[in-house]
Design a protein around this ligand. Structure first.
Ligand code: SF4
Ligand code: SF4
Length: 128
């Protein structure tokens, strides 16, 4: 997603400068540290009955995962709705800011241990 935005920005600048764009395959590559990136998959749970509609989760989620839903819960508030769940990076900020413990995220798959183990193996090699 970020790469796509950057690509667009570079293309726009090149156009403004009157430069011809290079074919994408020649110009773009995977980041060199792509294999070291921690990737997680999981689920976002919203306990709608607990929500008091403060909007903190909507405001503070760094990936703008939530919007206010049209629905009304039994307390008379509009709970959030995960509009872009695939953008979630499982930072858990929504869990921390929700004053009513109405949201939690659950990680079902992660490569974090694999990457950390690889890192500690490499640092042991460096010590030798
Ligand atoms: S875990 Fe982080 S990225 Fe995911 S919904 Fe919550 S605040 Fe947003
Ligand atoms: S932070 Fe919690 S209480 Fe506030 S809108 Fe989000 S889910 Fe509802």
């Amino acid at each position: 997603m970020i790469v796509a935005k950057q690509k667009g920005a570079v293309k726009d600048t090149m156009k403004q400068e009157g430069l011809e764009a290079m074919p994408e395959d020649e110009f773009w590559r995977e980041p060199l540290d792509d294999a070291k990136e921690i990737k997680k998959e999981g689920n976002i749970h919203i306990l709608e009955f607990r929500c008091k509609g403060c909007g903190f989760c909507i405001e503070f989620c760094p990936k703008k995962v939530f919007i206010q839903s049209e629905g009304i819960n039994e307390r008379g508030y509009h709970p959030p709705e995960a509009k872009n769940p695939d953008d979630c990076v499982f930072c858990e900020l929504c869990m921390m800011v929700c004053p009513d413990f109405a949201i939690y995220v659950e990680v079902t798959k992660s490569n974090e241990d694999e990457i950390n183990n690889e890192g500690s193996k490499n640092s042991k090699k460096d010590e030798k």
